[in-house]
Design a protein around this ligand. Structure first.
Ligand SMILES: Cc1cc2nc3c(=O)[nH]c(=O)nc-3n(C[C@H](O)[C@H](O)[C@H](O)COP(=O)(O)OP(=O)(O)OC[C@H]3O[C@@H](n4cnc5c(N)ncnc54)[C@H](O)[C@@H]3O)c2cc1C
Length: 390
């Protein structure tokens, strides 16, 4: 693939993964004023080398063409409120999605709730239910850090692989409600010890102008795009003129986004849940009939990709994603989006994600491909080597 064309494609992937990125489509501001006092803009360097990779993680996004399944189902003696299928947006939408699920739970009059699953969705739904006065028990075959949610990149991406374009109009209002509820909740999680949630700046690099993006990865569907509906929530990206950034690329855009330090954030959620008296039982269900044995009459099904097997729901499509984690560098507080990598400066490690690659849609293989992550880290090293120093 021609380099320029490829860069555009990588850019589209990024744009779809970020509401902030989409907001830029409508006309980014161009910042011409110098960004430093000494005349030379510099950023601390990421020590990008393959021997600093501490782990390579693969997980499957639980994607559904029609969007997340949040609805009530009567199943024998139980009422099951489904809350799964959040694609690449599970962390971002969790509080809003959990709020919708809780309303359905409350409609049953339940005072005791069983939540199946302890990922981003199960944990937040459980916490919301506790705060509404319910007694909650989580049942899950695995807990953090051994759940897929822990392998996410950790950015505010509420419209990443959340539905396909055909189903977008039907989902739009509900999506916006979930997004706004989640966003508001995240503002209350800023400034806490361990920084579970932070605002960060990052830089998108391209050798071609940033245009109107459509988010195409060649072998993936056209996804629903909702960024325009919540443009008021996040700052618009700013195009930086040469001299106002340290990168060799002619087109550089600074974006500002929320970041989740997932280790710290998951630990915060678990502690909050336990401190409020939440119970946890490690248990794997193979058939929905096994749910009939549970003492709670009302259950939330937050099994993510696990819902495909448990509820025989083939509408849940695995979309594979891989990240590598580099040894943390506290001085690195900026993100990066370059050719075919996205970098997230988390406190538990600098995440380097391969983006724009094919072969991930409907691919449940979670075997890490080390060579792909090493190539991504080498690409990051190349960006660092070409950065201007103060
Ligand atoms: C590479 C990558 C990057 C991502 N980056 C982001 C991002 O930056 N921002 C964002 O918002 N989202 C991101 N996502 C998406 C996000 O990770 C998912 O949407 C989210 O993790 C889904 O959470 P969940 O709680 O539904 O599922 P999970 O985390 O998979 O949790 C499911 C829970 O159910 C349990 N379970 C499953 N089956 C059973 C069973 N049969 N019996 C008992 N228990 C069961 C599991 O043990 C687990 O506890 C990313 C995804 C990938 C792959």
């Amino acid at each position: 693939m021609e380099r320029r064309h490829f860069l555009r494609q990588a850019g589209t992937t990024l744009a779809v993964a970020s509401t902030a990125g989409l907001a830029a489509c409508a006309g980014p501001r161009v910042e011409s004023r110098p960004t430093t006092t000494g005349g030379t803009f510099s950023l601390p360097l990421i020590r990008a080398s393959t021997d600093r990779i501490t782990g390579i993680y693969v997980c499957t996004r639980p994607y559904r063409a029609e969007g997340p399944r949040i609805e009530t189902q009567k199943l024998g003696k139980k009422t099951v409120v489904h809350n799964y299928g959040h694609g690449g947006s599970g962390w971002s939408l969790s509080w809003g999605s959990g709020t919708l699920a809780l309303q359905m739970v409350q409609a049953t009059g339940a005072k005791e709730l069983g939540v199946i699953g302890c990922g981003a969705i199960g944990l937040t739904t459980a916490l919301l239910a506790q705060r509404a006065g319910l007694s909650v028990r989580i049942y899950a075959k695995a807990l953090p850090p051994d759940v897929f949610s822990m392998r996410a990149s950790g950015l505010w991406t509420p419209d990443s692989r959340i539905c396909d374009a055909t189903h977008a109009p039907a989902l739009a209002d509900r999506w916006e409600m979930m997004t706004r509820i989640s966003y508001a909740r995240y503002q209350s999680l800023l400034g806490l010890p361990g920084k579970p949630v932070e605002w960060i700046d990052g830089y998108s690099l391209s050798d071609a102008p940033f245009g109107k993006f459509h988010g195409d990865v060649p072998d993936e569907p056209e996804y629903g795009e909702f960024g325009d509906r919540v443009r008021d929530l996040t700052p618009r990206p700013v195009e930086l003129s040469p001299g106002n950034h340290p990168f060799p690329e002619p087109y550089v855009r600074r974006y500002t986004t929320l970041m989740f330090n997932i280790s710290s954030y998951a630990s915060y959620l678990m502690n909050e849940y336990r401190a409020a008296g939440g119970k946890i039982e490690i248990r794997e269900f193979e058939h929905p009939e096994q749910l009939q044995q549970l003492p709670e009459h009302t259950l939330v099904n937050a099994t993510g990709y696990g819902a495909r097997a448990l509820f025989n729901d083939e509408s849940v499509i695995p979309v594979r994603g891989q990240t590598a984690r580099l040894i943390p560098q506290p001085e690195i507080t900026y993100g990066l989006r370059a050719q075919d990598i996205s970098v997230v400066p988390r406190s538990d490690g600098i995440m380097v994600q391969v983006i724009g690659d094919t072969g991930n849609f409907n691919n449940a293989d979670i075997t890490p491909h080390r060579e792909a992550s090493e190539a991504a880290v080498r690409e990051l090293a190349d960006v660092m080597a070409k950065m201007k120093r103060a």
